[in-house]
Design a protein around this ligand. Structure first.
Ligand code: GLU
Length: 414
């Protein structure tokens, strides 16, 4: 079976919004495509002396609202179609959350768990230098994503600086010691929990009675879990690649973190039941938070989802087929371009701090993040309500497509 195109799915969301907004053909043609796509060969000398060749990508989708912006992931599934889809999502995400950036994404198609840290560092530097011709602090700014981290960003900044001089604003999500922003590491999880708080209030749910299952316990999932628990929500299940854990009365997240540090997985945390990743998705919980890979909620399991609300902390975790099944069943899905926009929002704060050579406090960052997330949440909900029958995803795309189309027109592209 051939894999459904992730880019096609994002394009369909765009086309639906374009229909609703009555956009003309020229605008549709411009916004549906990508500005630039590059594929580079990354020859990698392994510790055993052999050379392995992997491929890296950078796709710049649209730059009407500002410099291209988006993360880089190291993953075996990060092919051109996937990176293109993620680049387009960044365009719509930056527009919706209203930061002055366009959208881009990068990837190296490799499973980094097969590589040593030294090999990953060498690969990162090589990839960066191969794509360095198309990036710049006012052209295209990279950031962490799946399997990349503040350390990866530090190597990238260092490599870029070898040719171009010290340029901290070339990447965001850096270590705080090297010009990173306070609050950036937690930002995507924090943004997710800000949306959770608003949605729970709108539904009239009490935090202590609101049960939450989170798929994925990486940067996004683990911060979302901790911050949701700190707000009084009941996090009952989390998972990683090895499986999931479940405790109906709520997980002891300190115990989970301790077990993870000791064993490398959340599975086996004392006082929890072991469950499968598929089982986690269909638990009887109030809120389901997919915070790992794309496409995990699809036509095979959408009719078994028991949550009332899905928060897309990952990028495109719900397929278009699942989206319509869930809408018919009355399950609310708040889309990725809203829910996980906290990361790029604080990336924007980091970038401005770098350009101004001035550091904000963590409270300033978190307060400004809250304002931006709440405004975007309200605009999506209001739009969905005004238009009667549209989903929050359709409302979110309408808002962002309108903004990007307007910027493109004002620049004279159309
Ligand atoms: N990789 C994150 C995302 O998908 C953050 C991107 C950024 O900070 O530029 O939104």
């Amino acid at each position: 079976m051939s894999k459904a195109s992730a880019f096609q799915a994002v394009t369909d969301c765009f086309q639906h919004a374009a229909d609703q907004l009555g956009l003309g053909d020229a605008t549709r043609e411009l916004l549906a495509g990508t500005y630039r796509e590059i594929r580079v060969q990354v020859p990698l000398r392994l510790a055993n002396g052999t050379v392995r060749t992997v491929y890296g990508y950078r796709v710049q989708h649209n730059g009407a609202r500002g410099p291209y912006k988006g993360g880089v992931r190291f993953h075996q599934d990060a092919d051109l179609d996937e990176v293109r889809a993620l680049a387009a999502l960044m365009t719509w995400k930056t527009a919706l959350i209203d930061v002055p950036f366009g959208g881009a994404k990068g990837g190296v198609q490799v499973d980094p768990s097969e590589l040593s840290e030294t090999e990953v560092e060498r690969m990162t530097r090589r990839y960066l230098s191969q794509v360095s011709y198309v990036i710049g602090e006012r052209r295209d700014i990279m950031a962490p994503d799946m399997n990349t981290s503040a350390q990866t960003m530090a190597w990238m900044m260092d490599e870029y600086g070898r040719k171009s001089g010290h340029t901290p604003a070339i990447v965001t999500g850096k270590p705080v010691e090297l010009g990173g922003s306070y609050g950036r590491e937690a930002a995507t999880g924090r943004g997710t929990v800000i949306v959770l708080g608003k949605a729970a209030a709108d539904h009239g749910w009490d935090a202590a009675d609101t049960t939450i299952a989170i798929q994925g316990y990486g940067n996004v999932g683990s911060w979302a879990a901790r911050l949701a628990a700190a707000e009084g929500f009941r996090v009952v299940a989390v998972s990683d690649v090895r499986g999931g854990i479940y405790a109906p009365d709520g997980l002891d997240l300190d115990a989970v973190d301790q077990h993870l540090r000791q064993s490398g997985s959340v599975v086996g945390t004392p006082g929890t039941d072991t469950i499968g990743n598929d089982e986690l998705l269909t638990l009887d919980v109030t809120v389901l938070v997919p915070a790992a890979l794309g496409g995990v909620i699809n036509s095979d399991n959408a009719d078994q989802i028991r949550a009332s609300l899905i928060l897309e902390a990952a990028n495109h975790p719900v397929t278009p087929e699942a989206d319509s099944i869930l809408a018919d069943r009355g399950v609310e899905v708040l889309p990725d371009i809203l829910v996980n926009a906290g990361g790029v929002t604080v990336s924007y704060f980091e970038w401005t701090q770098n350009l101004q050579e001035f550091k904000w406090t963590e409270d300033q960052v978190n307060e400004q993040l809250r304002r931006q997330m709440v405004a975007a949440y309200r605009s999506v909900k209001d739009r969905a309500e005004q238009n009667g029958k549209i989903t929050p995803r359709q409302a979110a795309f309408q808002i962002s497509v309108e903004r990007v189309a307007s910027a493109a027109k004002l620049r004279g592209y159309l």
